[in-house]
Design a protein around this ligand. Structure first.
Ligand code: CP
Length: 327
């Protein structure tokens, strides 16, 4: 396999051309098939990647660690609370030094107004590709897996109505990076994207402008509404998921009056009945069951969350193989 994007950073899919994303999806599908057939795919033999986590993770950490092992390489998991970063060492120094030890650096840092800056600081100074494992703004690994899943299930993306819908949750104040990434990405593939949320959970204005531009340029549509039912109505895909009110309120508090006044923003069977009969339910996971979604929906026939989560492995492997491999 030719690593066509050797050295290219993976911070946001906005930095990747549509044809480059298509190529990543093609490689992901090939790796998925080979994984099922137990074929050897040691495209990263003897390569090392560093996985830095400022926050918890199940899917992202394990898809990256298992992924690089399946590609013949090795991952160093780095809990950043045990690194000198926790004593103030800079992203610049960390990136230069880790670059000299291996072949790729990946990091999750979701701190509001810090995460993306940290990733960019590392990318500006690294001599190996830097991969974003979720920051305050973007979650490109999730976006790529979501796109792969939609293509697999719907066999097309053009004119597919995808509704990104805010949902009530109390587990923690979640980043806006998943809905933000989906809002920017899906219109590029001709989807009819609806972003629905209660007042107070807006995405940044620049995101809405860019999403509209991405839609105009690629035959998609992008609409924002405060009407939950409108978003479910006739949808092909619904993605009801919580995100925090970071844009209007930077407090770390999880529960406040505005959150509690929107408990009814839950994905229920009644809401799913408004969507097309063959509509699918997606969620990046972890889901706040009982709050964001009824068990009967997430465990029901329309749910494709486990396929979506599995695709995190295949897409992560594609990104690593295509950016870290030898020419
Ligand atoms: N979807 C996702 O990023 O899951 P983790 O937080 O478990 O990595």
């Amino acid at each position: 396999m030719k690593p066509l994007f050797k050295g290219k950073h993976f911070i946001t899919l906005e930095d990747w051309k549509t044809e480059e994303i298509e190529k990543l999806l093609e490689v992901s599908a090939d790796l998925k098939e080979k994984f099922k057939n137990n074929e050897i795919t040691d495209y990263l033999k003897n390569k090392t990647s560093f996985l830095m986590f400022f926050e918890q993770s199940t899917r992202t950490r394990n898809s990256m660690e298992a992924g690089i092992a399946q590609l013949g390489g090795h991952a160093n998991f780095l809990d950043t609370s045990t690194m000198q970063i926790s004593h103030g060492e800079t992203g610049k120094d960390t990136a230069i030094i880790l670059s000299s030890y291996g072949h790729g650096i990946a990091a999750r840092n979701c701190f509001w107004r810090q995460g993306n800056k940290f990733l960019r600081e590392m990318a500006d100074n690294a001599s190996v590709p830097v991969m974003n494992l979720q920051c305050d703004l973007y979650h490109p690994m999730q976006g790529l897996a979501d796109l792969m899943t939609i293509k697999e299930v719907k066999k097309k993306t053009e004119n597919v109505k995808v509704s990104i819908i805010w949902a009530y949750a109390t587990s923690h104040k979640k980043p806006i990076s998943v809905p933000l990434t989906q809002a920017l990405l899906f219109p590029r593939f001709g989807m009819e994207v609806v972003l629905a949320h209660p007042k107070g959970y807006e995405l940044p204005e620049w995101v809405l402008e860019k999403a509209r531009k991405n839609a105009e340029e690629n035959g998609g549509t992008f609409k924002v509404t405060n009407d939950m039912e409108e978003a479910y109505k006739d949808a092909d895909i619904v993605i009801p998921k919580n995100w925090g009110s970071w844009v209007s309120n930077q407090s770390d508090d999880v529960i406040d009056d505005i959150l509690e006044s929107n408990k009814h923003w839950k994905c229920t069977e009644k809401m799913m009945a408004l969507a097309k009969p063959d509509a699918n339910y997606m969620h990046a996971l972890p889901a706040d069951r009982g709050n964001e979604v009824e068990d009967s929906v997430i465990d029901g026939k329309q749910s494709i969350v486990y396929q979506e989560a599995e695709n995190r492995l295949h897409t992560a492997k594609a990104v690593m193989a295509m950016t870290m491999g030898d020419k």
